[in-house]
Design a protein around this ligand. Structure first.
Ligand code: PBG
Length: 329
């Protein structure tokens, strides 16, 4: 037995009971901080997504059902990703701004049924482009400025259908300013822009591309998405997006890029979003399916960590599950 040590600082005192731990807890996770990504398709019936167990490409009826379940659990925002039939894909990606297309139809149905739901849309050409790239392609080059005018048409199409927030995920230079100008010119001053500010050229998107059959046919996305090696460059992108009028900045992926979230948190006063992407989802799902991880505990810890790093809101395929688990906690 050692004599009582003189030790004024005993951090364990603040961990002694659940009530005390609750008082000193620095980060909270709430269902209304989640944005639920949903895949949609034309026609009746939902289709399971082989590369993302537990996720489906939803018919419009399926979409309404998911949205209503999410709302009932306190998740009040969704973001839509369309699976576009191969025959509607083209090098010019015209389908991206078809007013009778899948996304505008889905927005209209959602907003009619659930006006209180925040509907985010993805602005990028990859689901519509037969090249599978986020921008127009010419001789293997992803065209920047030509792409921007197509993105503006796409964002306007979403705004006219009633989208609350458009989220450019394409990483073209100057697109946030161009979208803001195009939206304002049509009077959509209240449609917000959530910019994928630091979107990395990540291998963690693989399962998502499987879900939409949207992998690039040639080459990769490294001439527009960011190099995973770079952090300062994210600050540069954030400065530009902020100056161009972004309302929310996003970091993607989330878990492997917590340092980027933390740095952006210091650098901007804008709200920050982080996207827990398909590969992050799949790693947890796969490990849980083989009994190697406790899914519930790991999901909640991963989301809490993203929030602790500085994200205000998290896009996560676990939105409904996490909301349910938070209720039970
Ligand atoms: C495309 C887009 C991608 C994701 C969201 N929007 C894929 C990509 O850039 O290739 C990935 C999301 C995920 O992996 O969950 N603009």
């Amino acid at each position: 037995m050692i004599d009582a040590l003189f030790m004024p600082h005993r951090p364990r005192r603040n961990r002694r009971t659940a009530a005390i731990r609750g008082l000193v807890r620095e980060t909270v996770l709430r269902a209304d901080q989640f944005i639920y990504p949903l895949f949609i398709k034309d026609g009746a019936g939902d289709e399971d997504i082989a590369s993302m167990p537990g996720c489906a490409r939803l018919s419009l009826d399926g979409l309404l059902r998911e949205a209503s379940e999410a709302l009932a659990l306190g998740v009040r925002a969704v973001v839509l990703f369309p699976a576009i039939a191969a025959e509607l894909k083209s090098p010019e990606a015209q389908e991206a701004s078809n007013p009778a297309g899948l996304v505008p139809q889905a927005i209209q149905r959602l907003k009619a049924e659930f006006p209180e739901l925040a509907v985010f849309t993805d602005v990028a050409l990859d689901p519509y482009n037969s090249d599978g790239h986020d921008g127009l392609v010419s001789d293997g080059v992803i065209l920047n400025d030509e792409t921007i005018s197509v993105l503006c048409e796409q964002a306007l199409c979403h705004a006219r259908a009633g989208a609350d927030v458009v989220s450019p995920s394409d990483m073209m230079d100057g697109r946030v300013g161009a979208l803001r100008a195009a939206l304002d010119a049509e009077g959509f001053i209240d449609v917000a822009i959530c910019s994928y500010t630091a979107k990395y050229a990540s291998a963690y998107y693989g399962p998502f591309r499987g879900a939409l059959d949207s992998s690039p046919k040639l080459g990769d996305k490294k001439t527009y998405q960011m190099d995973p090696a770079n952090a300062r460059e994210a600050l540069r992108e954030a400065t530009l997006d902020e100056a161009e009028g972004a309302d929310i900045l996003m970091v993607k992926p989330a878990g492997p890029y917590l340092d980027i979230i933390a740095q952006l948190r210091q650098a901007t006063t804008l709200p920050l979003a982080a996207y827990q992407v398909s590969g992050e989802y799949l790693m947890i799902k796969a490990a849980a399916a083989s009994g190697w991880l406790d899914e519930r505990a790991v999901v909640l810890e991963s989301l809490l960590s993203i929030r602790r790093a500085g994200a205000d809101m998290v896009l996560t395929y676990f939105a409904k599950d996490a909301a349910r688990w938070l209720r039970e906690n």
